[in-house]
Design a protein. Structure first.
Length: 152
């Protein structure tokens, strides 16, 4: 269940970046950031994927996804990735990512439903480039991903 007071702004790490190092290495300059629900994820039905340039870089942490997923699925509110910072960390010098998510009302058709992008708003990434957060290609990628998971 979402908290009584739904936060307007969340600062959190991108979960699971260790599995997506190749994709994180490609994040530079003008890029796209998109949140996409992954309700058929075998590990977490509340999963929310973070995509950059159509490639998965990780997930919204499970603690936040647990209450954010029902909000996104309801289609009234969305969370926009307004800041994404990629840096190196630890002895192994692995890439990690921090992000800022801001709550926005959904305008137009219902967004954030299972398998649909959680935002069509704009994003600002570490390098300062403003970019659109929604594209037909990324929507298609989400639909294909869900279709594969469902075996359709």
């Amino acid at each position: 269940m979402p908290p009584v007071d739904i936060p307007d702004r969340i600062e959190c790490p991108v979960a699971g970046p260790y599995f997506h190092q190749t994709n994180l290495e490609k994040v530079q300059g003008e890029t796209r950031a998109l949140l996409c629900r992954e309700p058929y994820n075998e590990h977490d039905p509340n999963a929310i994927v973070v995509h950059v340039d159509g490639k998965k870089i990780g997930y919204v942490p499970a603690v936040e996804a647990r209450w954010m997923a029902p909000i996104l699925d309801a289609g009234v509110w969305t969370y926009e990735c307004t800041y994404l910072s990629i840096s190196r960390s630890g002895e192994r010098n692995l890439l990690v990512a921090e992000m800022v998510l801001e709550r926005r009302p959904v305008s137009g058709p219902k967004q954030g439903a299972p398998g649909k992008p959680a935002t069509t708003e704009r994003a600002v990434v570490q390098h300062g480039a403003k970019v659109g957060c929604f594209s037909t290609i990324l929507l298609l990628a989400c639909v294909v991903m869900i279709s594969v998971l469902l075996g359709i």
